[in-house]
Every structure is written in structure tokens, then in C-alpha cells.
Write a protein that binds this ligand. Structure first.
Ligand code: KG4
Ligand code: ZN
Length: 335
């Protein structure tokens, strides 16, 4: 049997990303980041769409070149069709459709959140099915029971902010640039996680809530900077470490509950926040303590990337799950 080459294209937000995999092994993974948004303190949708138009052709070209693969060798073209910014999604979608039409190659539309989960299947050791996956990103916090590559059940989700939003919004209160999650992570490394105590939400079951932590941090900073204008600067590392500790404790508490309920001890994390060093360490330690098998994607597969689109596309290709030229993009998405 000849090899299966999948081209993955991800343009759901502000990263133009393209990857190529051969029989499920990643050959290239290129990310063109859009730094233009930094000065605005968040992603500007109109600019993101325009930058994707500029970056898509060179990024695809580079990914194919690094993979030593020609377009004629491609078995299928996988692309993200939602959820995400509609103007951004449309660039990847129209490009993928045009290529598919030109080459007469199958097209595979991929859900962005599902592809984050599938990032755990790129490298070895891989989790075995069924496994639990906590997807933590800028837009979502989702706990799933994954029964097979294309088969999962939702166990819990956030009622308000996503955990990545909680990182980014509290980071903004501390004066950090966007996205603040990685900056809190870095600053927290020199701080005491028990210096300040922030309340945790009391949400039953496996759902999450993060807006309370954000508000608690806001009031805490307002109160303390009123008494001491230098409070943030003096205590920045301790504040970051304490915020990060609180957010991680909320996540791990729900994971522990999910393991107890399902008796599944294969536990993964995925999404941008799974790059957080504190969360990775805490999950590893919890795994050792509770005898779980824990997994997290390589750093480059945590935040938005196309390797996860290519791998998910590969599994969909094996099951013959193709999309068509009329498959739409969707901006907001519930799983
Ligand atoms: O998965 P992702 O790249 O995009 C979405 O699908 O949302 O996630 C982006 C989120 C942002 O909120 C960013 O601050 C957060 O992931 N993030 C981190 C870290 N790296 C990225 N949060 C905490 N610590 C990190 N090291
Ligand atoms: Zn994402």
C-alpha cells in the first residue's frame, strides 16, 4: 500500500499553521505567528484574516518543502472549519477547497477543539483508549472521555470564562502584554504559590467556572494598590504564582473527580494552557501520587498548530470521513 500524506491547515485565530504527516508521522509543522496583534492587547479579527491571506501560500510552500512532499503526493487536505474567527477560518477553508478542487484530492474539515485533543496522538507514548482529556485553551475548557480517535463524550465544560481567558485577563490587570498566560507562567516561577489565597468556585459535578477568580484578583489588586501604589511591582512573582496555583488547583480537582467517576486512569491535557509549566508539573505529580498514566503534547503541539489538524485528518481519512466543497465554517462551536 502506498503511503498516506495529509496536509493540515489551521487558521482559526491568529496563527497561520501548516503541517504535513506521512502515515501518521509528522514531517513538518510550520507556524507563522501574527505579532501585529500585540500592540492592540488582543486579536483584531479583521487584521487576522488579512494576515492569513498574506501568509497562507508561503506557509504551505514551506511545509511541503520541509516534508519533501509535492502537492501531487497528497492523499487528503485537512483544514480547520471551526470554531474560530470566521474571517480567519474562511482563508484556510477556501485555500483548502481550491487545492482539493485543483488536485482532485479529498477534503477533510476538522473541528478545532477535537484536533487539540488529538494532539496527544502525535508522538509516543500515546494514551490508550479510553482516556480522559482536559482541553484548556483561550476559548474553551472542556473535559472529555475519549473512546476512540473519532469518538468522545463530554463530561464537563466551563460555565463562563475559559481558563486561558482567566490567565490572559488577570495578566492584563498586572500590566502584562497579550497573551498574558505564558508571561504569568514565567513570572510565577520565582514566586510563592501560597503567598495570596484566591477563592475557588463551588461548582458541582465536572463543570468549571473561572470568572470568579478573575473578579477576586481584580478586587484584590484594587484594594492593595490603593494602600501601596507599588504593590503589583513589589509582589508580582508571588501574585502570579498564587493565581496560577489557584487555576491549576481548580483544573486538577475536576480531573480527580473525573477519574473517580469513570475509573479511567489514562489522563491527558491539551490546548494552549497545557503548555503551562506549573500545570504540566502538577499533572505529573498527581499521576505519580494517584498511579495515573499522564500525557501532554509537546510544547509546539499545545498552542494552535497544524500538526494536530494533520493527525486528526489522518484518522478521518482512514475512516473515509470526508467533507465537501459546500461544508461550511462555523465561528462559535459547542461540542
Ligand atoms: O489553544 P490556543 O493556542 O488557542 C485557542 O484555541 O484558544 O490557546 C491560547 C491560550 C491563551 O489564553 C494563552 O494565554 C494560553 O493559551 N497559554 C498559556 C501558556 N501558553 C499559552 N497559559 C498559561 N501558561 C502558558 N505557558
Ligand atoms: Zn486552539
Amino acid at each position: 500500500m502506498s503511503s498516506i500524506y495529509i496536509l493540515g491547515i489551521e487558521t482559526s485565530c491568529d496563527e497561520t499553521a501548516v503541517a504535513v504527516c506521512k502515515d501518521g508521522v509528522m514531517l513538518s509543522n510550520i507556524i507563522a505567528s501574527q505579532t501585529i496583534h500585540q500592540k492592540y492587547g488582543g486579536v483584531v479579527p479583521e487584521l487576522a484574516g488579512r494576515m492569513h491571506i498574506e501568509y497562507i501560500v508561503p506557509t504551505v510552500t514551506q511545509a511541503l518543502k520541509e516534508a519533501h512532499c509535492t502537492v501531487q503526493e497528497l492523499s487528503a487536505i485537512a483544514y480547520t472549519n471551526g470554531p474560530g474567527l470566521i474571517g480567519s477560518l474562511l482563508v484556510g477553508s477556501e485555500f483548502a477547497k481550491s487545492l482539493s478542487l485543483t488536485l482532485n484530492t479529498p477534503l477533510i474539515a476538522v473541528n478545532h477543539l477535537e484536533s487539540h485533543i488529538m494532539a496527544n496522538l502525535i508522538d509516543s507514548p500515546k494514551p490508550s483508549f479510553p482516556f480522559l482529556c482536559l482541553t484548556v485553551s483561550g476559548g474553551h475548557t472542556l473535559l472529555t472521555k475519549v473512546l476512540g480517535p473519532l469518538d468522545y463524550e463530554i463530561l464537563g465544560r466551563t460555565h463562563d470564562d475559559a481558563v486561558g481567558e482567566a490567565f490572559d485577563k488577570t495578566a492584563k490587570l498586572l500590566g502584562f502584554a497579550y497573551p498574558g498566560g505564558p508571561l504569568i507562567d514565567k513570572c510565577a516561577q520565582g514566586g510563592n504559590p501560597h503567598a495570596f489565597i484566591f477563592p475557588k468556585p463551588k461548582i458541582e459535578g465536572l463543570d468549571f467556572s473561572f470568572s470568579g477568580v478573575k473578579t477576586a484578583v481584580l478586587y484584590f489588586l484594587q484594594k492593595n494598590t490603593l494602600q501601596d501604589t507599588q504593590f503589583i511591582e513589589t509582589h508580582k512573582a508571588d501574585i502570579c504564582a498564587s493565581i496560577q496555583y489557584t487555576l491549576i488547583a481548580i483544573l486538577l480537582d475536576k480531573l480527580e473527580k473525573a477519574v473517580a467517576l469513570t475509573n479511567i486512569k489514562e489522563v491527558c491535557i491539551a490546548g494552549g494552557v497545557s503548555a503551562n509549566s506549573g500545570l504540566r508539573k502538577a499533572l505529573t505529580n498527581k499521576g505519580i501520587e494517584k498511579k495515573w498514566h499522564t500525557y501532554y503534547p509537546k510544547m509546539e503541539y499545545c498552542t494552535d498548530n497544524a500538526a494536530m489538524v494533520a493527525i486528526y485528518g489522518y484518522y478521518q481519512y482512514l475512516s473515509g470521513r470526508y467533507s465537501t466543497l459546500t461544508t461550511p465554517c462555523f465561528p462559535t462551536g459547542k461540542l
